[in-house]
Write a protein that binds this ligand. Structure first.
Ligand code: ADP
Ligand code: MG
Length: 328
C-alpha cells in the first residue's frame, strides 16, 4: 500500500531503463540503467555526445523504438503512477500525443509533405479531443497563432515554410493537445542561431503557460542554463552525473562533466556548446567493464574497472565516480 502512495506522488520517473538493439549479429547496449525523476511542470536537460543514448531513452519512454532493431527494453517508466512499459499498446496510443508528446530531432522529416500544416495539427486535436472537423481546424489555427504563424499561412504545405517556421509547426503539433509531458529531442539544432533563440523562448513561454513538464535533449549548454531546472549527463547509456542546474554548472564533479562544463566559468557568464572532451566514447557493442569513461579519464586507476554506483555527494546531486573525494 505504502509503495503505491509513493508512486502516486511522483509525476514522472524513469527507473533502471535499459535498451538493447541488434545489428549485424551484434548486441548494442544503448541504454544501461538510466534513472531520473521529474516534477510536474519542471524541465530536465539530458546532455551528452552523439551516440550516448539520449534519443533511445526518449523513444523508450514513448514506446516508439523500432521493432526490427530493438532486442530488449528493461526497467520502468512511471507516469502519474502508471507503468508505461507495461501498458497495452492501445492505452499507450491514447497517452501519446494527448498526455505525452515528442518533438523529434529532425523537424524536417516530422511533417507530412502532402498535407497542409493546419490539417496536420487538426488531426491530433480531432483524435484526442473528439472535436468535429470544423472545430478542430479552428483550434489548430489558434495553436498556429500561438506559435507565431498567422491564419493566412495555415493552409500552406510544409515545403512553403522556412526551417524555423516548420519547427514552429512541429512544436504546435506537439503542444496542440496540451500534454503534461513534452519530450523535445534537440528541438532547435537544425535551426540557425537567431531562430533557435526565438523558438526556444516561445517553447519556454508556452511551457510556463500550460504547466508542461519537459525532457529536453540538447547539446547546447546555453539552452540548459536557460531552460532546465535539473540536468542529467549521459555517457555510454548511463547517467554519470545528475543534479540541479546549479550543481552541474557550479559544482561539476564527474571528470566527464568537468570536461564538458569545465570550460564554462559560471552560470552568470555567457555559455556555449559542449566543449569536446579528448578521445572517443566506447563502442556500445563492446563496453568496458566498470566505468565506461575510464579509457578517456585522466584520473582513472585500476579500481575503475569495477561496476560504479551513483553516489549522492550533496543533497540530490549524484555522481558515478569512485575517485571523487580522493587525492588527485
Ligand atoms: N535502430 C537502431 N539500430 C541499431 N543501433 C541503434 C539504433 N538506434 C540507435 N542505435 C545505436 O544506439 C546508440 C545510442 O544512439 P542514440 O540513442 O541515437 O544516441 P544519441 O541520441 O545520444 O545520439 C548508438 O550507438 C547508436 O548507433
Ligand atoms: Mg539523438
Amino acid at each position: 500500500m505504502e509503495q503505491s502512495t509513493n508512486r502516486d506522488e511522483i509525476f514522472f520517473a524513469v527507473k533502471d531503463l535499459t535498451v538493447e538493439y541488434t545489428s549485424g549479429g551484434e548486441v548494442i547496449h544503448a541504454v544501461n540503467g538510466v534513472s531520473f525523476e521529474l516534477e510536474k511542470g519542471s524541465t530536465i536537460g539530458l546532455v551528452g555526445e552523439t551516440g550516448a543514448g539520449k534519443t533511445s531513452i526518449a523513444k523508450a519512454i514513448m514506446r516508439i523504438l523500432p521493432d526490427h532493431a530493438t532486442k530488449a527494453v528493461g526497467g520502468q517508466v512511471l507516469f502519474e503512477g502508471e507503468e508505461l512499459l507495461a501498458l497495452p499498446e492501445q492505452e499507450m496510443r491514447v497517452l501519446r500525443g494527448k498526455s505525452i508528446s515528442m518533438i523529434f530531432q529532425d523537424p524536417m522529416t516530422a511533417l507530412n509533405p502532402v498535407k497542409t500544416v493546419v490539417d496536420q495539427i487538426a488531426e491530433g486535436i480531432r483524435l484526442h479531443q473528439k472535436l468535429n472537423k470544423h472545430d478542430s481546424i479552428k483550434a489548430a489555427v489558434k495553436m498556429l497563432e500561438t506559435v507565431g504563424i498567422s491564419e493566412d499561412r495555415a493552409h500552406e504545405y510544409p515545403h512553403q515554410f522556412s526551417g524555423g517556421m516548420k519547427q514552429r509547426v512541429v512544436i504546435a503539433i506537439a503542444l496542440a493537445c496540451n500534454p503534461k509531458l513534452l519530450i523535445a529531442d534537440e528541438p532547435t539544432t537544425a535551426l540557425d542561431v537567431t531562430i533557435q533563440a526565438q523558438v526556444l523562448d516561445m517553447m519556454k513561454s508556452l511551457q510556463n503557460e500550460m504547466g508542461t513538464a519537459m525532457i529536453l535533449i540538447t547539446h547546447d549548454l546555453g539552452v540548459v542554463a536557460d531552460v532546465c531546472e535539473s540536468v542529467a549527463v549521459v555517457y555510454a547509456g548511463q547517467i554519470v552525473e545528475y543534479g540541479s542546474k546549479e550543481d552541474l554548472f557550479d559544482h561539476a564533479s564527474h571528470p566527464y562533466t568537468i570536461g564538458l562544463f569545465g570550460a564554462l566559468p559560471d552560470l552568470s557568464k555567457d555559455v556555449r556548446r559542449l566543449s569536446p572532451v579528448e578521445g572517443l566514447p566506447p563502442d556500445p557493442s563492446n563496453l568496458p567493464t566498470g566505468c565506461a569513461f575510464a579509457p578517456r579519464c585522466p584520473h582513472a586507476t585500476e579500481e575503475c574497472g569495477q561496476a560504479i554506483a551513483m553516489t549522492e555527494i550533496s543533497p540530490k546531486h549524484y555522481v558515478r565516480c569512485i575517485q571523487i573525494g580522493k587525492e588527485k
